[in-house]
Design a protein around this ligand. Structure first.
Ligand code: ATP
Ligand code: MG
Length: 395
């Protein structure tokens, strides 16, 4: 590669991991490679002195590369940079060329240099490097003035042992931890706003994802399931290819409606969902369940209902949205790109047999008594066995 883009990628929390640092950095570099490989051919990802350097053929669109890198969990920020030899003449020359481009493209008038030497053996100290490069820019770009308070361009100069780097932008990533560094979870994925966000949040902490989706076909439509697949594909752009188990809940819902009190329908259905998901999770090596439940949002998510739901399974249930406000969850959904798909108006299996007055303060003993009228073990085993598994690939 002669002509290339260079990006400096900073590892956020990954950098705090002490002894595990090389492992996390390796995982992060690998994830970046994997994501870039889906769209680009000529690129290179290397770890160097606590940073990750990505180089890609100049003919690729810079923003498209940044977009991919910023989807990788564990990335704190990204800077498109210019590389130079590590001497003040070369850095000065590159800085002038860099500023000339900015003057032409953006009409900038003021600047400030922020210099840093990672290489402490470099003979000139950071503030002095800043002054020298600043002076070279003033001579080379006559239209520019220094403004230390509110410059149009804050130019970073990063002096390293072998090469030095010049950049101005620090584009924020999502932070978090690289995928695959924190176990595997089974997410209960509906077509709603919440569960895709919950799944994304757990994946952001490094958790690999598998999902289960329930429908009530033919009460719910084929299109409703396609909507969930669309959502899953968006989630997969962040958390990688994953399996989604699709299960028809209708036989169980019919049994509940026939044998149990109407106001308990919702909570009973939820307990069955959890137990089925737990069973599938065991079979597929997932250590925990993930839901988009949120305290108080709906009748099935009161404190009492959550306790009764929780009591249905042994596996820990992660509820990353539990204390968030709906507006904040919606903002997050917009940010990660699931919102527009989530709000498409298709029916969910939960709404099919919605009771008029759902029990908001269910008592576990009464719920267990109702469940004892059903052959729960068999119903669950049948549901698990009937699952159809779909391979979800990122868009
Ligand atoms: P969401 O927006 O995620 O659908 P919600 O606010 O509509 O959540 P509920 O419908 O009570 O709340 O669902 C609570 C959680 O149960 C969901 O976040 C999801 O994790 C799980 N869940 C609900 N319906 C389904 C479904 N059809 N398939 C799989 N999981 C589901
Ligand atoms: Mg829902």
């Amino acid at each position: 590669m002669n002509q290339e883009h260079i990006f400096i990628v900073r590892c956020g929390e990954v950098a705090l991991k002490g002894m595990n640092k090389p492992y996390f950095e390796r995982m992060l570099a690998e994830r970046i490679r994997k994501l870039l490989k889906r769209k680009f051919e000529r690129f290179d990802v290397k770890r160097h002195e606590g940073l990750i350097f990505v180089r890609a053929d100049q003919q690729y669109d810079k923003d498209a590369i940044i977009k991919e890198i910023s989807k990788v969990f564990g990335v704190a920020s990204i800077s498109p940079a210019v590389e130079t030899e590590s001497n003040l003449d070369a850095i000065g020359e590159a800085a002038v060329a860099y500023m000339e481009e900015l003057i032409e493209e953006k009409g900038i008038k003021t600047f400030k240099v922020n210099a840093k030497r990672a290489d402490k053996s470099f003979p000139v100290k950071s503030p002095e490097i800043g002054r020298i490069i600043g002076a070279k820019i003033l001579i080379g770009c006559k239209v520019l003035k220094v403004d230390v308070h509110d410059p149009d361009c804050l130019l970073f100069v990063d002096v390293r042992h072998d090469k030095s780097y010049i950049y101005q932008d620090k584009i924020a990533g999502f932070g978090g931890l690289p995928l695959g560094t924190n176990g595997k979870g089974m997410s209960l994925l509906s077509g709603g706003i919440d569960s895709p966000v919950a799944t994304w949040m757990m994946a952001k902490r490094g958790m690999l994802i598998e999902a289960v989706h329930f429908h009530s076909y033919p009460y719910t439509s084929q299109r409703a399931q396609e909507k969930v697949e669309d959502l899953a594909k968006i989630v997969a752009t962040y958390c990688g290819r994953f399996k989604m188990h699709v299960i028809n809940l209708l036989p169980i819902q019919e049994q509940i409606v026939e044998h149990c009190p109407e106001e308990e329908t919702t909570i009973l259905v939820r307990r069955f969902m959890m137990r089925i998901a737990e069973q599938v999770a065991r079979e597929t090596g997932c250590g925990m369940l993930i839901t988009g439940e949120n305290l108080g949002q709906v009748a099935s998510q009161t404190a009492e209902a959550l306790v009764v739901t929780d009591a249905s399974v042994q596996m820990p249930v992660m509820r990353p949205l539990i204390a968030m406000d709906k507006v904040d969850i919606m903002d997050k959904a917009r940010e990660i790109g699931t919102y527009e798909t989530s709000i498409q108006p298709y029916e969910d299996c939960c709404t099919v047999f919605l009771p008029k007055h759902p029990a908001t303060k269910p008592k576990l003993e009464r719920i267990l008594a109702s469940e004892s009228k059903l052959n729960a073990e068999q119903l669950i085993a049948d549901a698990v066995a009937s699952r159809e598994t779909i391979d979800i690939k990122p868009e």
